[in-house]
Design a protein around this ligand. Sequence first.
Ligand code: PHE
Length: 347
Amino acid sequence: MSIPISADEALRTLGEELTGGLELIAAATSVAELEAAEVAMLGRKSRFSSVQRALGSLSEEDRRTVGRRTNEVRDAFRAALAARRAELDAGREARLLEADRIDVTLPGRRLRPGSLHPLTIVQYEIVDIFTRMGYRVVEGPEVETEWYNFDALNFAPDHPARTLMDTIYLDVPGESGLLLRTHTSPMQIRTMEAQPPPVHVVVPGRVYRNEEITAKNMPVFHQVEGLAVDEGIAFSDLKGTVETFFRALLGPEREVRLTPSFFPFVEPVCGGKGCRTCAATGWIEIMGAGMVHPKVLQNVGYDPERYTGFAFGMGYDRLAMIRFGIPDIRLLWESDARFLEQFQAVG
Ligand code: PHE
């Protein structure tokens, strides 16, 4: 429905609408308010629309004049709406940026990198030297049988070493002769049983002995076992390997001394057991070693006439203590971050 109006009236209405509308637009503080202003100015119920509807009742000349003016007013509204909308959008963007602002002048929070345990560092170094010499790394069970820990290694049933080693026996219903391995040597047997010669392996791992806890002793400690078996392996190979190893580990100027000792599973040609005075003499016992006993080869079905070999075993808890100046072995077990973070960082 259009209500007839005069051209003057129409132009005045358009003028008032333009002023009022521009004020509405300027006052809008959100996109929603802007949309409401647009409906009020140009919607079907607006005075602007009723002027448009009344155009048909005007004379041709008036219609042209008023028609031109309605277009101008609509364009002015649209331009003002677009400009205000851009302003509001920019403000929203600025507020978002402000909320996301990070103060890069604050001191950063330091990431605490993990570090390798001193025992792990020494273990990696030892194993590394042997793998470079062609040895393979194997690991074995910590719960062992008397057979692997003693019998197969040529310990006689009444051999004093069985008690001297302070063996921890396990009381498992339905099982007999289970124990916590007292050394990594049972892996000599397990390795040879699993493959024909030649054998070149090193075995890092935990071993257990029923000893009192002191600054220098723990009932759990660590060994690396080594075993080489092939045709024609001689004592000179053992000596050369051990010397090469210690020079690589401790430096070329380090002196290595071999002294006689006894282990039933190797022939008593060398080893360092019994060095009680190391503090006074400057010598420290690091490993036991020897030529593999023919009985041990026989026990795993190797022909002792054809094959010979050597074995060695070293505890490296003491090595780690000497190397890093750790005064008490218990520190290696306490997992105190203040202690651990002093060692080589990972990554
Ligand atoms: N198993 C011996 C020990 O624990 C060390 C050793 C290994 C000695 C191999 C000779 C050969 O004391």
